[in-house]
Design a protein around this ligand. Sequence first.
Ligand code: SF4
Length: 245
Amino acid sequence: MNYSLIPVSRNRKLGPMPTATSSRATCPESCPLRGNGGCYAEHGPMSLVWSRVDRGDSGGDFDTFVKEVEQLPRRQMWRYGQAGDLPGKGDEIDREQLLRLAKANRGRPVIAFTHKPATQANLESLHMARDLGFTVNLSANNVHHADELVEHGLNVVVVLPSNYERLPSETMTEYRARLNQLPKNTPAGHRIAVCPATYTDTTCLQCGVCATVEKRPAIIGFPAHGTKKKQVSAMAREDSPVPAG
Ligand code: SF4
């Protein structure tokens, strides 16, 4: 499997930070967004970047990647996995590689998410990485799933239905007023905070909340958006079944 680390992302939402991509083979078979049009990285320019990493035209092997991470500036925030998931094939996390990555990172703030299932082995690996300062957010498919994942003691993010998205025609005041009418908590009562990069010009570099190592008081929500938002929103609707894993 290959990994690429570009020094400066041109992604408007991320801001100018180093950004890593990992091979498609790292993605879990159980991801409900995979292959059904719901994964943003499977389409458009990102899919071309991803294919270059898969073919080995960009980046290199894991050892090379770890060395590149070691050489990042001491307090540099960076994004792991703009496409692709944590080291390990499919549903499994390669513990040895994740911990090597965590040690090489030496506490730099990292924005990372995983769709790999919350198996006991994966959770143990994620807790060990977190204890080394490498925090990975568990990605939930809807608020019910988020309530399950939050019980594992790690930070959680969730896909929200598209009605949480700010419309292009809405002023901030109008959006906030509409948002106030929507549920602000999961069914189990955990607070949801909508990612500010989805409705303002804020970047991850400015916000950094997803890089929080300590337990965060809120689950970060990402409204379904883009050309495939109908499929993604259906998955995120509260009455939708929680996909396995
Ligand atoms: S909440 Fe902040 S750090 Fe997380 S994705 Fe949104 S802008 Fe980036």
